[in-house]
Design a protein around this ligand. Structure first.
Ligand SMILES: [Fe+2]
Ligand SMILES: [Fe+2]
Length: 338
């Protein structure tokens, strides 16, 4: 009964909108509210929150009717001011604790947290190459070499654009593989051996490469169109490929990553020769890879290249596990390296 009363009161309060300084938001069965009274902010939950809102509404009913008349007369300007004044409610009334960097300044990112930042392993062997031996290896290798031709023709030595476009593709396989392993784990009531996490980490890491590259290169409208088309084709093609042969899918990614290492090495050569300006590193890259404050584009490309070499090894390893007739969950996944 109390629950019904509370719901009915809440319904009326929501219908009353934002009047009287009450800002409400509801999400499913849960609702949170902030009631403003002068400078003080009262946060509440559930029925206690509804009662506060109810009392506030009743006590200000007369004020709000006259305020409504005033509001009408003040026109569009006041409406805009009111919109600007709306505060996005916190998650269940709980605010995120203040997160600071090591130097004491506020953490500026919501897309990743300080504990997700890391230092890339720069000691990784950049020249490693998996020599194609089996038929599947050769198919994977030839496919990647074939895909490189249109990429070379389209971008030539515009490595900024090239990297940005390729990262939109590179972030897909990890997500597809991670998703399919997740579903497999659910279907088979089996653990994944950490591979779901490893592949999703790869996808997120690739996406952070893209977030970094777009700070440096602004995509043109036709490049955005190309991304849309390529993603539509590549996601579906890789999805079907992973269902049919994860061994081949991981091998293809392994070779794609070998190409990525090569492309970033060429990018570095152009920075060193002065053909590409060695601009300051974007702030997001400095925080994500824990780079020094005066880091440059060259430093960023060096750490991205190390990440690509790591993805290369992860995917060749995954393909090797399948090649030995085993399932990925039987081999410990390389988690936590990015
Ligand atoms: Fe990447
Ligand atoms: Fe990669």
């Amino acid at each position: 009964m109390n629950h019904l009363l509370a719901r009915s009161v809440l319904k009326h309060v929501i219908a009353a909108g934002n009047c009287g300084g009450i800002h409400l938001s509801s999400s499913g069965a849960a609702a949170s509210a902030r009631v403003f009274d002068g400078d003080s902010v009262v946060k509440g939950h559930g029925s206690s929150m509804v009662l506060i809102a109810w009392r506030r509404m009743m006590s200000t009913a007369a004020e709000s009717s006259s305020a409504a008349v005033e509001k009408k007369s003040s026109g569009a300007a006041s409406e805009k001011a009111e919109k600007d004044d709306v505060i996005v409610s916190s998650y269940w009334g709980v605010s995120r604790p203040k997160i600071t960097k090591e130097d004491g300044t506020e953490w500026p990112w919501n897309c990743f947290m300080p504990w997700e930042a890391y230092r890339a392993d720069l000691s990784i062997d950049l020249g490693k190459h998996h020599v194609p031996k089996t038929f599947i290896d050769k198919v994977a290798y030839r496919t990647v070499k074939l895909l490189r031709i249109p990429t070379d023709v389209f971008f030539q030595r515009r490595y900024g654009c090239r990297a940005m476009m390729l990262e939109t593709v590179a972030a897909v396989p990890g997500m597809v593989g991670g998703m399919l392993l997740h579903l497999r784990s659910l279907r088979k009531f089996q653990q994944s051996g950490g591979w779901i996490k490893a592949l999703l980490e790869e996808a997120e890491n690739e996406r952070m490469h893209l977030m970094t590259m777009v700070e440096l290169v602004q995509p043109k409208w036709y490049e955005r169109l190309l991304v849309l088309t390529v993603q539509g084709v590549f996601f579906n093609a890789f999805f079907v490929l992973y269902l049919m042969s994860p061994k081949l899918a991981h091998r293809v990614v392994g070779y794609l990553e070998e190409e990525a290492v090569h492309s970033y090495t060429e990018y570095l050569k152009d920075i060193e020769s002065g053909a590409i300006e060695n601009v300051p590193a974007p702030a997001i890259a400095i925080d994500y890879w824990r780079l020094p404050k005066d880091a440059t584009l060259k430093d960023v490309i060096i750490v991205i290249r190390a990440d690509e070499a790591h993805h290369r090894d992860v995917n060749h390893f995954a393909s090797d596990v399948h090649f030995q007739g085993k399932e990925l969950r039987e081999a410990a996944a390389p988690v936590g390296y990015h």
